[in-house]
Design a protein. Structure first.
Length: 487
């Protein structure tokens, strides 16, 4: 024990060949068969167990506890190796912790890392500044620097897994090119094929059995949820967002190109709902507003007390509205390429260029340079037109059913009042006067008072006198005597 050890002052060597050939072995303990044998720079360290720390280099200020723990570890200073073969042949293993049988076994570039669990981080490469917690967590992972693997077989055999977090049983297991990823949940990202190794790409999976679907810059949330496109957010296969983008710095700025779909994965507009929309908190409330907060449709705020600069519409809408072309149409292929519209459905509406001739305030230009119509104001313009039409009708009818006009025309022939009177005189036709209209008399208001109950007169019952029947005497018929003549 301690044979050939150099600078071995204040040290203890217990066990066959323990500390043999160890260099700079001061203030250390070598307990067990070949424990710490051949270790270099082994001062201020503890080697406990058969072969513990055997052949370790740069092993100062470290602890090797267990059979072959830290054996042949390279640059193993400031580290702890606890368990059979824990950290065995680990490379660049300084300032790290290897706890568990085979934890960090043959790991390379394993400095400043934690390997906790049987075979945790075993044979992982470029594993610096990482955490491997769980049975076989991160085992065989490549380029696993700056990553966290928590859970049984989490990140096991994952490739290019730098700057990632895998939490959950088999999360990220066998994932390829999964750099800059966050997989949380049982088998989240299992065998995922996403490639985040270039640019600022990333992936986020939250939920059991979630998957990126191979699409980078994607987020999936919910059990069994998968992405179907890059730059996509998928929440429970119900709410989708596209063009969500990425950023390398924390920012609260909104992604101006993002779109949201409810019930559909590829919304054509900023918000698209697959199905009906219900608004409000009761059966009669609910309002859709424009960007300025003014109601477009529904039951919206309109209290006079909340308004200022109130100005009535002026006349002149009726004739203009009569000139608008109401059309049916189909969108063309250009519209489809710009706005993802359906080219086979027959639509109803107006032409922006035609509307602009009469109501330029209703027409604007979109971000792509095409004209658009503010359809929400059309009902108000129609209401004003109806009011103007009502005035014209009232000017013709006097309220009695009689039409009064200054001139009467049939096609291109017109007759004035004077001409009509002359023709009637020539034909000796006397004009009739319109029947007078009875004035409307407003009834007196009914006063709410108790009704007056008139007394009921006493009813006198008169008994009729008894009628005595008079006998009817039939007249006696006259008897005629016929004498027999004398023979």
């Amino acid at each position: 024990a301690g044979s050939g050890a150099t600078a071995a002052n204040n040290s203890n060597f217990l066990g066959l060949n323990s500390g043999n050939g160890a260099t700079d072995a001061s203030y250390s303990n070598f307990f067990g068969w070949t424990a710490g044998s051949g270790a270099t720079a082994a001062n201020n360290s503890n080697f406990l167990g058969a072969g513990a720390g055997s052949g370790a280099t740069g092993a100062a200020n470290s602890n090797f506890l267990g059979t072959s723990a830290g054996s042949s570890a390279i640059n193993a200073s400031g580290s702890n190796f606890f368990g059979t073969s824990a950290g065995e042949e680990a490379n660049a293993a300084k300032f790290s912790n290897f706890l568990g049988g085979g934890a960090g076994y043959f790991a390379t570039n394993a400095s400043s890392s934690n390997f906790l669990g049987s075979s945790a981080g075993e044979m992982s490469t470029y594993a610096a500044n990482s955490n491997f917690l769980g049975n076989s967590a991160g085992a065989g992972a490549t380029y696993a620097a700056n990553s966290t693997f928590i859970g049984q077989q989490s990140g096991n055999s994952a490739t290019n897994a730098a700057n990632s977090t895998f939490i959950g049983q088999q999360s990220g297991n066998s994932a390829t090119n999964a750099a800059n990823s966050t997989f949380i949940g049982r088998q989240s990202g299992f065998s995922d094929t996403v490639n985040n190794t270039t640019g600022n790409k990333y992936s986020i999976l939250i939920g059991n059995y979630t998957s990126t679907g191979g699409f980078s810059n994607s987020i999936s949330i919910g059990q069994g949820v998968s992405n179907s496109a890059t730059d996509q957010l998928n929440i429970g296969r119900v709410i989708y967002a596209t063009n969500i983008g990425s950023s390398t710095t924390a920012t609260s700025s909104a992604f101006s190109l993002a779109s949201v779909g409810i019930g559909m994965a590829t919304p054509a507009d900023k918000l698209q709902v697959f199905g009906d929309i219900r608004l409000g908190i009761t059966g009669t409330t609910g309002c859709v507003k424009n960007f300025a907060g003014t109601g477009i449709t529904g039951t919206c705020s309109s209290d006079e007390r909340l308004k200022t600069n109130v100005v009535d519409f002026t006349d002149g809408y009726l004739d203009k509205m009569s000139n608008l072309k109401v059309i049916t149409y189909n969108w063309n292929e250009l519209a489809n390429s710009l706005n993802k519209v359906n080219t086979t459905v027959t639509n109803y509406g107006l032409l922006a260029q035609n509307v602009e001739q009469y109501f330029p305030e209703l027409v604007s230009v979109d971000s792509k340079g095409y004209k658009q119509v503010n359809y929400s104001l059309i009902p108000l313009y129609l209401l004003k037109s109806v009011q103007e039409l009502s005035k014209k009708v009232s000017s013709i009818f006097d309220g009695t059913g009689t039409i009064k006009i200054k001139e009467m025309c049939i096609e291109d022939i017109c007759v004035t009042k004077q001409q009509l009177q002359q023709m009637m005189q020539n034909q000796n036709i006397q004009p009739t006067q319109p029947a007078p209209v009875a004035p409307v008399i407003n009834p007196e208001p009914i006063v709410d008072k108790a009704p007056t109950i008139e007394p009921v007169p006493e009813v006198v019952v008169v008994t009729p006198p008894e009628v005595i029947p008079v006998p009817v005497i039939e007249p006696t018929p006259e008897v005629v005597v016929i004498e027999k003549p004398v023979e």
